[in-house]
Design a protein around this ligand. Structure first.
Ligand code: PMP
Length: 433
């Protein structure tokens, strides 16, 4: 077997479903062979064939400090040398809980878990246990992990029950998940009206990053808060992606809306498997062992992951004004360059961005929800994606994923990206020099 991306991808298929441990990595949406990554440093990664890329995936969000940040690596090594897991209380997990609660004021009490999926799954169990109601409302195009309750597609009518979008999800589960349209309070009101007194929670990505990058329209998040209060439902912000990303305190700081429960992930683990859910003390007190709602984990609060998370959050907090200011500047620089290019080429695509989260939609109208996102031109995006990869720019292999900047991305990285973008857009749209 040749030591190539293709060789290893073929070998991987034999014992791993589709050759990958998470579906989007297989490049099915864009075709071709995913690079096998050998190492990363700062804003760059290298594949096993020795090719270097500027990385805009950042492990799908966690790496806001870039790959292998020295302070994070040191903290991980130090923790590992003292033992990798005890399943017993440690000081570092208390320090991390205190730091999270200090940074995110709506989170008064927090429980550490191992993935964003687990955090969101636990958050709705808490909401159901606290309210005594079964139904939850989510928004089409938002992703909250792969727990059964979230793998439900929107029904066509406002009051229609959801259909499972994956085999293995029962109709019983689907019945309790209702889908509204993102940025559309009227669609939410119809669901609330048809399910009066039965809704435990509304869960939302306060900036939708799993259909690209869709900011909340003015009044949308405030509208959710008001409706939750009126209907006795709990408001869950899924800040697995936006937490410590769109501002130090997440989207709840940026848009000044306070949820009852928040889920966190990605950045909180500094690149190791960790996530959390937290919120009002009176609600979190209901969790076992202080309350009756059960949730547990062998590796929860794992010392190595906690060390990576603590190091990451401490760096972000110490230097927040500079870091988030710089992320905003670099995001704005890339966006302005993209807009200039699009105008030079006479293309009407949609660059959308919130801070260091961005997406270039291959469609000519602004994207505000799943329906408008789904209009993106898949063929052109695929051509663009492969041209960028050939130029050494590593983007997410789908139109419906956000791109991420880190503090390690330099002006040289951004200029190289814009150069590659010029050629790649020409190629995708068959525009001559
Ligand atoms: N919620 C959001 C907003 C996410 O972006 C993700 C993952 N992309 C999840 C939940 C699930 O997290 P995980 O993949 O860690 O289970």
């Amino acid at each position: 077997m040749k030591h190539t991306n293709r060789g290893w991808f073929e070998r991987a298929q034999k014992h791993i479903p589709g050759g990958v441990n998470s579906p989007v990595r297989a490049y099915k949406a864009v075709g071709g062979t995913p690079p096998f990554i050998a190492r990363g440093s700062g804003s760059h990664i290298w594949d096993i064939e020795g090719r270097e890329y500027v990385d805009y995936v950042g492990s799908w969000g966690p790496l806001i400090l870039g790959h292998a940040h020295p302070r994070v690596v040191e903290a991980v090594a130090l923790a590992a040398r003292s033992g990798t897991s005890f399943g017993a209380p440690t000081i570092a997990e208390v320090e991390l809980a205190e730091l999270i609660c200090e940074i995110v004021p709506s989170v008064e009490v927090v429980r550490l878990v191992n993935s964003g999926t687990e955090a969101c799954m636990s958050a709705i169990r808490l909401a159901r246990g606290a309210t005594g109601q079964d139904r939850i409302i989510k928004f089409a195009g938002c992703y909250h992990g792969h727990a059964n309750s979230f793998l439900i597609e929107a029904g066509s009518g406002a009051a229609t029950f959801g259909e499972p979008s994956s085999p293995g999800v029962t109709h019983g589960t689907a019945r309790d998940t209702l889908n509204a349209r993102y940025n559309d309070l009227a669609s939410l009101d119809r669901l609330l009206e048809a399910n009066k007194g039965e809704v435990a929670a509304i869960i939302v990505e306060p900036v939708a990053g799993n259909m690209g990058c869709v900011p909340p329209t003015e009044g949308f998040l405030e509208g959710l808060r008001e409706r939750c209060d009126r209907h006795g439902a709990l408001l869950i912000f899924d800040e697995v992606m936006t937490g410590f990303r769109v501002a130090l305190r997440g989207a709840q700081e940026r848009y000044r809306v306070r949820p009852d429960i928040t889920t966190l992930g990605k950045i909180i683990g500094g690149g190791l498997p960790m996530a959390a859910y937290g919120g009002r003390a009176d609600l979190m007190k209901l969790m076992s062992p202080s309350g009756p709602i059960y949730q547990a984990g062998t590796l929860s609060g794992n010392p190595v992951a906690v060390a990576a998370g603590l190091a990451t959050l401490r760096i972000l907090k110490e230097d927040a004004a500079h870091i988030y200011g710089e992320l905003e500047n670099r995001g704005a620089y890339l966006e302005a360059g993209t807009r200039r290019l699009l105008s030079d080429l006479g293309l009407r695509l949609q660059p959308q961005r919130v801070g260091a989260m961005h997406c270039l939609y291959f469609t000519d109208e602004p994207v505000t929800d799943w329906d408008t996102a789904a209009k993106a031109d898949h063929k052109r995006f695929t051509a663009y994606f492969h041209a960028m990869l050939d130029e050494g720019i590593y983007l997410a292999p789908s139109q419906f994923e956000a791109g991420f900047l880190s503090i390690a991305h330099t002006k040289e990285d951004l200029d190289r990206t814009l150069d590659a973008m010029a050629g790649s857009l020409r190629l995708a749209y068959e525009i001559g020099e």
